[in-house]
Structures are given as C-alpha cells and as structure tokens.
Design a protein around this ligand. Structure first.
Ligand SMILES: Cc1ncc(COP(=O)(O)O)c(C=O)c1O
Length: 469
C-alpha cells in the first residue's frame, strides 16, 4: 500500500540527504503529525518517492530507530514508536492516563469531567443558532483575545456567580486553562521571574508544564486551611499558582485570614496569584467563597475552563487579568496564534445567555453531591479506618489511609481488581509528611459503578490488612 509522507529533500542544501530525511521525519513525530503506531513507507518506497538512493533512507531509518522514534518489525514494516520520555509534549493530562486504562472496568482517576453528561442537545441547539445567525463578521477572524460578545457575556457571568471583578477588555478566551497557564508563565519569564510557587500536593501535569515553559515550580505545602502562606512568604517566589476555592486534590479551602495574608504578600513582593478556579461550579453554596480575584483584581489572575463544567474537547478557557498584565498577555499571545474558534466562543455565550449553563451545573452539582454520599457510605462500609479530608463537595475525595498501609501496594491491588485509582504520592512534589492516601475521582463513573468500584477497592484494602488497626 502506498503510504504517503509530506517529506521533501533539498538537493542544494549542504546537509547530507540522509540527515535531511532523518530530521524531517523526526520533526513529524515530535510535532504529532505522525502518531505512535502509524505505519510509514518502507525504505524502498520512500527512496523511490523522494528520488534518492535506498541507502539514504536506510541510514535515516536506522538512526531514528536507534533514537527510539521508529520501530521496525520483520514482516510488519516500520511504525512510529512512543516518543522518548524527554521529548514528550507536556500536557495537563497525566502522562499515564491512556496507557493504564486498557482493560480496567472502573476509572477513579482525576483529570476528567462527566463526559457522558455533556448536554449534547442544548449545545447543538446553541451551535446551530450561532451558525444560522452568523454573518461575515462572525465567520471571519475574531480579535485574538476573544469574540467581544463572549467576553462581555462571560464578564457578567463570572461577576454573577463568582464575584469576579473584571471588564471585557481584561478578559481573554484561551484554548483551555493550559494555554492560560502557558501565557502567564511566559509573561512572568519576560518580567524576570525564574520560579513559580505551586501547591504541594498539586497537579503533576501542571508542574511539568511549568517546567517546560522555563520556570521552576517551587512546592508550597498545603494543610487543612489551604496553602501555607507563611511558607510562601519564605519561599522567595513572587508568583504562585493555586486552587484557593477547593484545593486540588485535598479539597481544603483557603481560610479567610490566609486569603488576606496572601494578597498582602502579593502586594509586598509586587507579585501575582494565578487562581485556578477549576471546579467551583460543583461546590455547595455553603462551601463556595467568592473568587479570590474579587479581593484584589490588581494582583490576582483568575482562570476558568469549560473542561470540567462541559467537556475538555471544547478547549475553551478564560483569563481575567489585571489591565497592565493583560497588555503583556495579549502581546505574548499575538506571537502564538490568532485566537480560539469564534464559533465555539459564540456557542458558549449563547449557552450562558439562555440559562443552559446554569441548568447543567445545577443538575451536575446535585448528581456529584449524591456520588459524594456514595463515597462516604462505601468508605465507611469497606474502608474502615480511613478519613475523608476537605470540603464535602467537588469532583474528587481525598481519602487518608492508616499510616501503616502501603499506598502503592493498595493502588496495585486495586488495579488487579479492575479499579484505576491514584495514591496521594502521585500529586506530591516534595512534602512527604502526609499519611498515605487515595484520591478518588467520582467525575466519570455513575453511582452504581462508583458503589461497586469502592466495594472492590475495599477487598483490596482488606487483603493488605487495611482494617487491621
Ligand atoms: C486542577 C485543574 N485545573 C484546570 C484544569 C483544566 O485544564 P484545561 O482547561 O486545559 O483542560 C484541569 C483539568 O484536568 C485540572 O485538573
């Protein structure tokens, strides 16, 4: 079969042909154009297509196989292998996600929303209306910071539900929280920052992302009242990324005193707080404080995302930044892309304006609350001696285990019973003082599945002597 590759060689280049072929192929693998498992042409066919001698392509393939980019198997040709770890594109999705999930029945790992509950019909209705109404302007390029209507609607919405104090001009639509984080990291680097404070425990994908952007993540421990602001003050960093509303993954909420002290710190060091408000939509009213940003719009960058409230595939997020910072964010972004899909942005605006987002969130909040009750019930029944930390809402439960239990052994034993779950250590950067724990996400399993998976987890727990002390 004639597999085609978008490859050319330049005969006027001083680079040897084999090096050109190798470099071009490597680039296609690294930028994701050739995905792991993709079959590529034989050396003979590629040599023929490029009009070069076969020794050129053989040399290039051999080199790439030695570097781990290609896999050659007798009888089944040459395929693209998994990229070497150091070359992997950083992502906020935990690196083990897809590899581990094969064959498991229940997935209690964090990192996703309830995709099955995505309000397809409502979204389609809004999308259809947007496309029907779209004129020349709507179908053309929007300003890179976002469609004006969507920025206007989101400004009102975030003010109403989260107390965010911003203006449409200071709000930017991004390709998810990930792009917002990348933009802020670059702006901080441009302003002389070399490090960014992060919560410990926290999101390992975010730490990787920050490192790859050129900043050093500095772990700041978290206790039952959220980030230890006293330790932040001593850390030497001048900016911090955090989840003050519902700490990821322990569920601690930043106390009122600490909020004030945090803002005072940001002012004193002429720094910034990046507030990742990823799941406030699913907190009970009694667990929800207004966004930290409402206390200091001049020091806090507020970041939200559609990934948890709707679906990650939308790749829609938003940043509300202090005006003087937003100018720099826009400057950086202008060198990266020319904005997100205007059609998706307009659909989101309509989704908010018609009340569909409020309805969907209310429904999901109630559902997650019921799932949380299942976690309580099943932990009491099957995991005696464990303790649930944090506020009683959100998308995941942090289950502290008895000190004597081997967390990793429990994760493995759960895997053997078809339950995918992560231990607390997965989220830890350097703080090793915490007792062993499991982080149980109930975002993507229904109540019956959750109940069964926790019973199976309980068997693994008993097998390891979890209930013994
Ligand atoms: C803590 C946290 N913040 C934010 C996000 C959303 O990221 P994005 O909008 O890039 O999908 C996630 C997604 O898993 C998350 O776990």
């Amino acid at each position: 079969m004639p597999w085609q590759l978008a490859l050319t060689v330049d005969r006027d280049s001083p680079l040897p042909l084999a090096v050109q072929v190798r470099n071009s192929l490597r680039r296609l693998v690294e930028n994701g154009s050739l995905r792991p498992g993709t079959r590529i042409p034989s050396t003979r066919q590629l040599a023929h297509d490029l009009g070069v001698s076969r020794s050129v392509t053989v040399e290039a393939y051999e080199q790439l196989a030695a570097e781990g980019y290609l896999l050659t198997k007798r009888g089944s040709g040459t395929t693209v292998s998994e990229p070497p770890a150091s070359q992997a594109v950083p992502t906020l999705v935990a690196p083990d996600r897809d590899r581990e999930s094969a064959g498991a029945l229940w997935d209690l790992r964090t990192g996703t929303s309830d995709i099955a509950a995505f309000p397809r019909q409502e979204w389609i209705r809004c999308l259809t209306a947007v496309i029907n109404d779209a004129g020349r302007q709507e179908l053309s390029y929007a300003p890179p910071a976002g469609v004006p209507l969507t920025r206007h609607v989101l400004t009102g919405y975030l003010g109403r539900v989260r107390g965010v104090r911003t203006r449409p001009e200071d709000l930017m639509l991004t390709a998810g929280f990930a792009q917002g984080l990348a933009l802020i990291c670059q702006v901080l680097i441009d302003r002389g920052h070399t490090a960014l404070g992060v919560e410990d425990p926290g999101h390992p994908g975010e730490r990787e992302f920050i490192t790859s952007s050129g900043l050093r993540p500095v772990g700041i421990p978290v206790d039952q009242d959220g980030l230890r602001v006293d330790l932040l003050e001593r850390s030497g960093v001048r900016a911090v990324l955090m989840t003050p509303g519902n700490h990821f993954p322990t569920g601690a909420r930043l106390g009122t005193d600490r909020r004030e002290r945090l803002i005072a710190w940001a002012r004193a060091v002429d720094g910034y707080v990046l507030e990742d408000d990823f799941d406030s939509a699913f907190l009970h009213r009694s667990d929800r404080l207004p966004a930290l940003q409402s206390l200091a719009p001049d020091r806090v960058v507020y970041a939200g995302s559609a990934s948890k409230i709707l679906a990650p595939a939308l790749r829609l997020g938003w940043l509300a930044a202090p005006s003087e910072l937003m100018a720099s964010v826009e400057h950086v972004r202008s060198g990266w892309d020319i904005g997100c899909s205007g059609i998706e942005q307009l659909t989101l605006a309509r989704f908010i304006d018609t009340g569909a987002l409020d309805r969907h969130q209310r429904k999901m909040r109630t559902e997650f609350h019921k799932r949380r009750a299942v976690v309580h019930r099943q932990c009491a029944a099957h995991l005696p001696g464990t303790r649930l930390l944090g506020r009683d809402s959100g998308l995941q439960a942090y289950v502290e285990l008895p000190r004597h239990l081997d967390e990793q052994a429990l994760v493995r034993a759960a895997r053997n019973r078809s339950v995918l779950v992560r231990g607390g250590r997965f989220y830890t950067l350097a703080d090793t003082t915490r007792p062993p724990a499991l982080v149980v996400s109930y975002a993507s399993v229904n109540r019956a599945e959750l109940s069964r998976s926790l019973a199976a987890l309980g068997e693994a727990y008993r097998e390891l002597g979890g209930a013994a002390r």
